[in-house]
Design a protein around this ligand. Structure first.
Ligand code: K7E
Ligand code: CUA
Length: 683
């Protein structure tokens, strides 16, 4: 019987994945080679009956046909979405809207094993702030790495608003490699955005503080509080942010909001919208106007125009000053070197987005029904011609609004963010209207469409209160213009009630047809966190590994690890109270199966998944010791812990990897220190 079971296990383990793969390939091939569909009268009758039974109209049937993915068929795009307060990133297939994976970034996640690898988990260590573990994040803006302004599918960055951190994900294995903490501010908002060749990852601030974790009372706001933007240098070869070559710019204490890098004609600049140029300090509790009123008093705020190539030159010339050990280009240098200019922007705007050709910057009104469009040609000419309307309280020169403004387009209530397609349209989210506005671009874009330039063309209602939106390849120099996601924040009445806390609603819009056709095709509830922004990349641009390149691969160094145990080296060795475990995991056993240590021993455990078949993932957990690893094919992990609690601890594989998965276990025996001590949890 055992032999039979083993044989069955081996069959399942070795043959099933191949058999599945073949099956999948056959089906995909079959689907691609399918003859054009011709419905028989019987099939038409069948469709009609189903539609009527399920109360579906023709548009519903069309929407289903546009989004349904037959089993085994792959999606065309991958949406990388912020997971909001979950601290994660979600990968979602488009057009099916199926969740493909979640990636733990700022919040340890047990399925992926991240954060549960004992004391030495490198990413977990990166979450510490001033010695305190801060194991969550408020993820906002993901940014795919770019080459020449086009997503290259290599890396993904994302900002943590609550703690001013940036996470780096390697898209070869879809795992977080690095988290950097901004040493200047507690929280941020305008992160992450990349320059067109990913030389820098931009992290803009938001709520002004005393830079470098300093203190000053609110009465000293204007004097002591400051905003900032940080330019994190990215080292593509290492796949890490190079902190030593990164720097920041001091900014006035306006609340910098979103950022976007220039591209093509505007390459070398980036742009940040801002609000609270009133420098309101709130204080509703002592009879002062609350922030919401105080920060919205003036008619104009400032679009920040930053010449980052000049800033980089100033940093390299040693002109930065250290704050909390981090180089900062101070305002006087930025003004003197022509690094920073302002342009007026209407009333507490939200979002700045650069058109694919780099020519225009679109700032959405939020409290103003317009988007305001600036042109880089006008900005450059105004700087060169010194067309200033004055300067702000800190001496930053303000460009003349009429000199830099290209157009203003009235769209509706609460415009927030803008995306672009391949047909010369822009799409702006309208939070208060709960709609996506399609409008026509002018300039070189005018020849791509039949509309009047700079005009509202159409609005599609969404459900409800859209924040960001995202078009296919929408932040690149060449957007695809077929799918658009509305990241709707309220979902009341859209889904079954899930208690008082409802999911967010990602709605898929079809933007293929020009003009006034722009239907909602699909509602995808997102029941984790409040996602802010996402980016959508063509799936065939991703070159993900199917398995790790070699057995013994260390995902943190992205190379073969010399410490990875090889087959035949398994065992337990001791040096004083230090115990070294070398283990391999292969269907369906761990080797060794018994590990004996003494209470108080410091245990270093090295484990390799000696597998090369795709999806032959093992897990490894030790209950009570907070250990859980995901051991993907080829992966090597080292973890350490103090065996401070005596007892008998089964360890087992947490992934259903074969028919004999339940047998893939062993025991950690922690022998009590004294003969009288009793073992177990009551110890
Ligand atoms: Cu919610 Cu981009 Cu943080 Cu706008 S942000 S909605
Ligand atoms: Cu290995 Cu279950």
């Amino acid at each position: 019987m055992a032999a039979l079971l083993l044989a069955a296990g081996a069959t399942l383990a070795c043959i099933a994945p191949d058999a599945n793969g073949q099956e999948t390939r056959r089906r995909r091939g079959g689907a691609e080679a399918a003859k054009p569909v011709e419905l028989t009268p019987e099939q038409v009758a069948q469709f009609t009956k189903i539609a009527n039974d399920r109360k579906l109209n023709v548009d519903d049937l069309l929407a289903a046909a546009k989004t349904y993915m037959p089993s085994g068929r792959h999606d065309d795009y991958v949406l990388f979405s912020s997971g909001g307060q979950s601290g994660q990133v979600f990968a979602i297939g488009v057009p099916s809207m199926r969740l493909l994976r979640s990636i733990a970034v700022f919040t340890p996640e047990s399925w992926q094993g991240y954060g549960f690898a004992g004391m030495e988990d490198p990413v977990l260590k990166g979450l510490e702030i001033n010695g305190r573990p801060v194991n969550w994040g408020d993820t906002h803006h993901p940014a795919l790495s770019e080459t020449n302004g086009d997503y290259d599918g290599q890396f993904l960055f994302i900002g943590d608003k609550a703690n001013a951190r940036v996470g780096v994900i390697d898209l070869r294995d879809w795992e977080t490699k690095q988290v950097v903490k901004n040493p200047l501010t507690v929280s941020d908002h305008g992160a992450a955005f990349v320059t067109p060749n990913t030389d820098y990852v931009i992290e803009g601030g938001q709520y002004a503080t005393v830079l470098g974790y300093g203190y000053a009372p609110p009465e000293e706001y204007k004097k002591s509080y400051r905003g900032m933007v940080t330019m994190w240098k990215f080292d593509r070869t290492k796949g890490r942010i190079d902190v030593a070559n990164s720097f920041a710019l001091e900014l006035p204490p306006y609340w910098q909001d979103l950022a976007d890098a220039g591209k093509a004609v505007s390459d070398g600049f980036f742009f940040i919208n801002s609000f609270n140029s009133e420098m309101a300090t709130g204080g509703i509790e002592s009879g002062k106007p609350p922030f919401e009123a105080g920060a919205s008093k003036r008619d104009m705020d400032y679009l920040h125009i930053i010449d980052w190539k000049k800033a980089e030159a100033a940093f390299r010339a040693g002109k930065a000053k250290e704050i909390n050990g981090f180089p900062v280009i101070m305002l006087d240098t930025s003004i003197a070197d022509g690094i920073l200019y302002f342009a007026p922007e209407p009333k507490s705007p939200h979002g700045v987005d650069v058109t694919p050709n780099g020519q225009y910057m679109v700032v959405a009104g939020k409290l103003d029904p317009h988007v305001t469009v600036y042109s880089i040609d006008r900005i450059k000419a105004a700087i060169a011609g010194k067309k200033f309307s004055g300067s702000d309280d800190y001496g930053v020169q303000v460009l003349d609004f009429d000199a830099v403004k290209e157009a203003q387009v009235e769209l509706g209530l609460g415009p927030l963010h803008t995306q672009f397609d391949d047909k010369g349209y822009a799409y702006t989210s309208l939070f208060l209207d709960s709609a996506v506005a399609r409008w026509s671009l002018g300039g070189d874009y005018a020849k791509l469409h039949q509309e009047q330039p700079w005009k509202l063309v159409h609005k599609t209602s969404v459900q409800y209160n859209i924040g960001h939106l995202c078009a296919a390849e929408g932040d690149t120099v060449s957007p695809d213009g077929n799918h658009l996601i509305s990241m709707s924040k309220w979902s009341v009445d859209r889904f079954l009630t899930t208690g008082p806390l409802l999911p967010q609603n990602f709605q898929l819009l079809d933007i293929v047809q020009p003009g006034t056709t722009m239907p909602v095709l699909y509602d995808a509830p997102i029941g984790v966190g409040e996602p802010h922004y996402c980016q959508m990349i063509k799936a065939d641009k991703l070159n993900s590994w199917k398995v790790y390149p070699e057995i013994g691969w260390n995902p943190h160094t992205q190379q073969l690890d010399p410490n990875a145990p090889k087959k035949g080296e398994e065992g337990v060795t001791r040096n004083g109270n230090k115990v070294l475990v070398k283990m391999t995991a292969v269907r369906s056993h761990f080797l060794p199966e018994h590990v004996e240590v003494n209470q108080g021993d410091e245990v270093t455990w090295r484990i390799v998944a000696a597998e090369s078949a795709q999806d032959a993932t093992h897990g490894f957990c030790i209950g009570g010791y907070n250990i859980n690893l995901s051991l993907e094919p080829g992966e090597y992990t080292e973890f350490r812990f103090i065996a401070d609690r005596a007892g008998t601890y089964p360890f087992y594989c947490t992934e259903f990897c074969s028919a004999l998965h339940l047998e893939m276990m062993g025991y950690l025996h922690v022998k009590p220190q004294t003969k009288t001590a009793s073992a177990g949890p009551s110890n």
